[in-house]
Design a protein around this ligand. Structure first.
Ligand code: NAD
Length: 354
């Protein structure tokens, strides 16, 4: 029997509630495919600050680095927002760095049953929205030299990218496009920025090795408009850290349901970091009303990208689709004639469909 060790960082707020349901579904997958998933919980974020003073204790980081995969709920909350103290979000940066995961993969998919939740008009949505944003995660302006002048009258941030840093992310873009609808869009600001011009040069050079993939480029300002005007034109988007950060949040809003969207952060090894895109939702924590689907769909990504279990990933995505088609909804996506269920019940329904 195959075995995989999964480090689980449930984190804070609704994190423990949604990860519990994802593990429930994962265990059903294990039964069906005769695979043993050893899920072991470690502390990270606010809970780790409370217990150890450190948002990412060494034991947690070591376990994540050595695991076959990592499932994260979410970290943070008002309790730890005090100026000057350690911040729960430091756990995320430490994990990305420690696990050397340099690309973030965020699908944005509008389920047809949830079209009404999208802020976009039906006539735009009816063409279908199913795109993936691939974002560079460990370089660029967020990690460049920055500073504030002593007199506080000026400040600067710098963006720097090396050829290998850019190539490995673009290569992942081609990999994804190949397995999807074979279209890859580079988003840049090459009319202004030197780093963007380097991304563009490498992108079109690499495209010559992938003649089956249709490629194009868009300036980031245009891309942000196109995402709301005509999102169905996109299949895979590849871009730098800051542009990807902004565009992936915009794309998630198109779907209208933050509780539905998974993400994966990947490096060179098969070990990846999987998490819902939402935060800890302190306003609804502990009420058994959070939507667990984003975390359940993150487990589907884990099966697909870390364990090469595409059939099992398809099973989970199908189970979520069927659950929605049957009218089951958590409060965040409810409509007039739905069957309203809580977090645990939603997990039970999806698990039963595996
Ligand atoms: P949030 O995503 O936690 O919540 C935004 C809104 O969406 C809230 O109204 C919340 O109730 C709702 N929501 C979010 N997830 C939901 C779900 N699964 N089901 C139903 N409703 C859901 O964002 P925020 O309020 O800006 O942040 C709250 C805390 O989470 C902050 O401390 C922030 O730093 C942290 N955060 C952590 C991560 C992470 O760990 N990756 C990401 C974003 C925010």
């Amino acid at each position: 029997m195959k075995e995989y060790n999964i480090a689980v960082l449930s984190g804070d707020g609704i994190g423990p509630e949604v990860t519990a349901e994802a593990i429930k579904v994962l265990n059903k997958v294990g039964e069906k495919y005769d695979v043993k998933f050893n899920c072991k919980e470690y502390i990270a974020g606010g809970i780790a600050i409370d217990k150890t003073g450190n948002p990412l204790p060494d034991e947690t980081l070591n376990a994540c680095v050595n695991a076959d995969s990592v499932l994260l709920g979410a970290v943070g909350g008002p309790k730890w927002d005090k100026a000057g103290g350690p911040r729960p979000e430091q756990a995320l940066l430490g994990l990305r760095k420690g696990m050397e995961v340099y690309t973030n993969i965020r699908p944005a998919h509008v389920f047809k049953e949830l079209q009404a939740a999208s802020p976009l008009k039906d006539e735009i949505l009816k063409r279908g929205v199913d795109l993936v944003i691939i974002r560079e995660l460990t370089g660029g302006i967020y990690f460049g030299k920055s500073g504030l002048a002593e007199d506080g009258q000026s400040a600067f941030d710098t963006e720097e990218y090396s050829v290998p840093e850019i190539r490995r992310v673009i290569e992942r873009g081609f990999d994804f496009a190949k397995k999807r609808r074979k279209k890859l869009t580079l988003v840049n600001k090459a009319n202004i920025m030197e780093t963007s011009r380097l991304w563009r040069k490498l992108f079109f050079e690499m495209a010559e090795d992938h003649p089956d993939i249709e490629v194009n480029e868009l300036y980031v300002d245009n891309a942000s408009m196109q995402l709301v005007m005509n999102p169905s034109q996109f299949d895979v988007i590849v871009t730098s850290n800051m542009f990807g950060d902004i565009l992936s949040d915009e794309a998630s809003m198109i779907t209208g349901s933050i509780g539905m969207l998974p993400s994966a952060s990947l490096g060179d090894s098969s070990n990846g970091l999987y998490e819902p895109i939402h935060g800890t939702a302190p306003d609804i924590a502990g009420l058994d009303i959070a939507n667990p689907m984003a975390t359940i769909l993150s487990v589907a990504m884990m099966l697909r990208y870390s364990f090469d279990m595409a059939d099992a990933a398809d099973d989970i995505e199908r189970a979520v689709g069927e659950t929605l088609a049957e009218g089951y909804r958590t409060a965040d996506i409810q409509n007039d004639d739905c069957k309203l269920v809580g977090t645990k019940k939603m997990g039970d329904i999806i698990a039963a469909k595996i």
